[in-house]
Design a protein around this ligand. Structure first.
Ligand code: SF4
Length: 233
């Protein structure tokens, strides 16, 4: 697919999703630090579990880098237990809080006020922060245009025939970066819409009849018995 065709297709997908679901208001949090904590806790678990862990941290007065450093690791693990993998995630929260304190005086503006590539490399060097979590932090806390790729994004794009589903993270991310304007607000909304669509409609067993993307989707067309000539009509 040439880059103009891909840009048109990605823009069309976004428009249809936005018309269908409207603004998603991501990331739900009271502060940028809470967004980062949520980005770490949401690894391998559903958001409703993260909400319970975040509520525990707030109720214990532990929603700050200093308090996360001061809180004993086993105590921190107990607070975030609802998010699963709680011992590992407690270590990850402490690792982030340590870096933020040692290098940035607990000042997120200081962390974020660097060249985006350098920021992403610094995040990726912290224990427990992989590409998806780093990009969650870049977009939803630092408000920088770094498209988040997750399993929901891959599922929807693969069914739409945009990707094979086997490309590495950076290759899928590059499709968005090379095709869309570098707009953090757009990347925020687009990723949130893809996740909403994957959870509600393009589920493991997709609900193709009535899907807003059916006219663009070869997988959906096959599922509901449309011929390829019916697509985009
Ligand atoms: S038509 Fe089906 S497979 Fe295609 S995006 Fe919609 S729900 Fe997913």
């Amino acid at each position: 697919m040439d880059e103009h065709t891909l840009a048109d297709l990605l823009t069309q997908i976004y428009s249809l999703l936005y018309q269908r679901y409207g603004p998603q208001h991501w990331w739900p949090s009271d502060s940028r630090f809470e967004t980062i904590v949520g980005a770490i806790l949401t690894q391998n678990t559903a958001w409703r579990n993260v909400e319970r862990a975040l509520a525990n941290l707030k109720a214990a007065g532990a929603m700050s880098p200093a308090r996360i450093r001061e809180t004993a690791q086993d105590e921190l693990a107990t607070l975030i237990r609802p998010s699963g993998y709680f011992n590992t995630k407690a270590r990850k929260l402490k690792a982030f809080a340590d870096v933020l304190g040692q290098r940035h005086h607990d000042d997120l503006d200081h962390l974020f006020d660097q060249e985006p590539g350098a920021l992403r490399r610094e995040l990726l060097a912290i224990y427990g922060i992989g590409e998806e979590t780093a990009d969650d932090i870049m977009v939803y806390a630092a408000h920088l245009p770094s498209f988040v790729i997750d399993s929901y994004t891959v599922r929807v794009l693969a069914r739409l025939g945009v990707i094979s589903g086997k490309q590495p993270y950076h290759a899928v991310q590059a499709l968005f970066h090379d095709s869309l304007p570098p707009d953090a607000g757009l990347f925020n909304e687009y990723h949130a819409l893809l996740d909403r669509h994957a959870k509600e409609t393009c589920r493991k067993l997709p609900l193709c009849r009535g899907c807003c993307l059916l006219g663009l989707c070869p997988t959906g067309a096959a599922a509901v018995g449309l011929s390829s000539g019916d697509l985009n009509e």
